[in-house]
Design a protein around this ligand. Structure first.
Ligand code: NAD
Ligand code: ZN
Length: 350
């Protein structure tokens, strides 16, 4: 098998060749058809996350070991199965649930493996899908595509799933106005899902007019370019000067969170999703006085991924796939994402 691997932080990916692994027990060998390129792959490539004030959270301190094969948005065809696999068959096209857990901690026990205390996520803590073949540890993590386009399905394992979790959290106070900050891979999925499952008027914020145009096509009722110094006033006037009921920040950097807090109305709900990072000083009394909720959202669980596949099958969500690369072009794919050249998602077709 051929893999594009990150040798260490900030080093170009290298192609390595090895023997195809033989699936045993519950394991499955997948021939990768399509692999989504996510901004989180860039954080893994850069070696970690910005904590602000010159501090950096290294992925190696979270348990990542280089060299690692990135890729957690994996769609493939089953090539071979272990002797105990019965829920899928050779030849099936499947989407992988990559947020694997230990199976024993309190989160795993209620089906939220994505929130496991000792996560084993693919493309992070174990090798992922930037490869022509990949070994899946257990067939229970697979969901059949049954007609969903393979390239489009990739993004349902991460960007779609994360957006779905975040929209559900943001919808808890039945928002009249929902602000979505960041119209990238996650944000554009968020706009589509919010149009489908909420009654909110959606306001989308980004720095890039082209991405905002796409957001409008996907169902955003209003768009605001945050390069505009009057961003806060513009959003406030759209929200009848009361502010937004819910804000989802798919960037989550100091300027966007500051905007989010400034536009949040009393009893508002701020959901932080992006991993751009940094730090911010908070005005503490406004939190109780406005009785706001600030919460995080991290990926989603297997059942939500299956629900999303059903929405994609019905055609109610259509992930935007704007660029395709070969495995040998993995470095270019990541560079293009970093340079903000990708609308929606790019995929690697090994
Ligand atoms: P992306 O690169 O496709 O999109 C980011 C978007 O944010 C772009 O449209 C960009 O123009 C916009 N942006 C950047 N800075 C901005 C600013 N200051 N103001 C307004 N807009 C700004 O990235 P993505 O794949 O959508 O991922 C977004 C973030 O979410 C990344 O940090 C990624 O690692 C993270 N992520 C989090 C989870 C989770 O579970 N919490 C899951 C997947 C990805
Ligand atoms: Zn991702």
């Amino acid at each position: 098998m051929k893999s594009a691997r990150i040798p260490g932080p900030n080093k170009p990916l290298t192609i390595s060749e090895s023997e195809n692994p033989k699936p045993r027990g519950t394991q499955v060998l997948l021939k990768v058809k399509s692999e989504g390129v996510c901004h989180s792959d860039l954080h893994l490539w850069e070696g970690g996350y910005d904590l602000g004030d010159g501090q950096f959270l290294k992925v190696t301190d979270r348990g990542v070991k280089y060299p690692v094969t990135p890729g957690h948005e994996i769609v493939g065809t089953i090539e071979e199965i272990g002797e105990s696999v019965s829920n899928v068959s050779v030849g099936d096209d499947v989407l992988v649930f990559p947020w694997m857990g230990c199976g024993e901690c309190p989160a795993c026990k209620v089906g939220n493996e994505n929130l496991c205390d000792t996560p084993k996520s693919m493309g992070l803590f174990q090798n992922g899908g930037y490869a022509d073949y990949t070994l899946i540890p257990d067939s229970k993590y697979l969901a059949k595509l049954d007609g969903v386009d393979p390239d489009a399905a990739t993004s349902l394992a991460c960007s779609g799933l994360t957006a779905y979790t975040a929209i559900k959290k943001a919808n808890q106070n039945s928002p009249e106005f929902l602000v979505i900050i960041g119209a990238g891979g996650l944000g554009l999925m968020g706009v589509q899902i919010a149009s489908e499952i909420t009654d909110a008027k959606i306001i989308c914020v980004d720095l890039d007019d082209k991405k905002l145009e796409t957001a409008k096509e996907m169902g955003a009722h209003f768009t605001v370019n945050s390069k505009n110094p009057e961003t806060v006033q513009k959003i406030m006037s759209i929200c009848n000067d009361k502010g937004a009921d819910s804000v989802i920040d798919f960037v989550n950097a100091p300027p966007t969170v500051k905007t989010g807090l400034d536009i949040l109305r009393k009893r508002g709900n701020l959901v932080l999703v992006g991993l751009f990072g940094g730090s911010l000083e908070l005005s503490l009394v406004t939190i109780p006085l406005k009785s706001i909720i600030i919460q995080g959202a991290y990926t989603g669980n297997y059942n939500d991924m299956v629900e999303l596949l059903a929405l994609a099958r019905k055609g109610t969500i259509n992930p935007v796939i704007s660029k395709r690369y070969s495995l040998d072009e993995a470095n270019t794919a990541l560079e293009d994402l970093k340079a903000r050249k990708i609308i929606g998602r790019a995929v690697i077709n090994p």
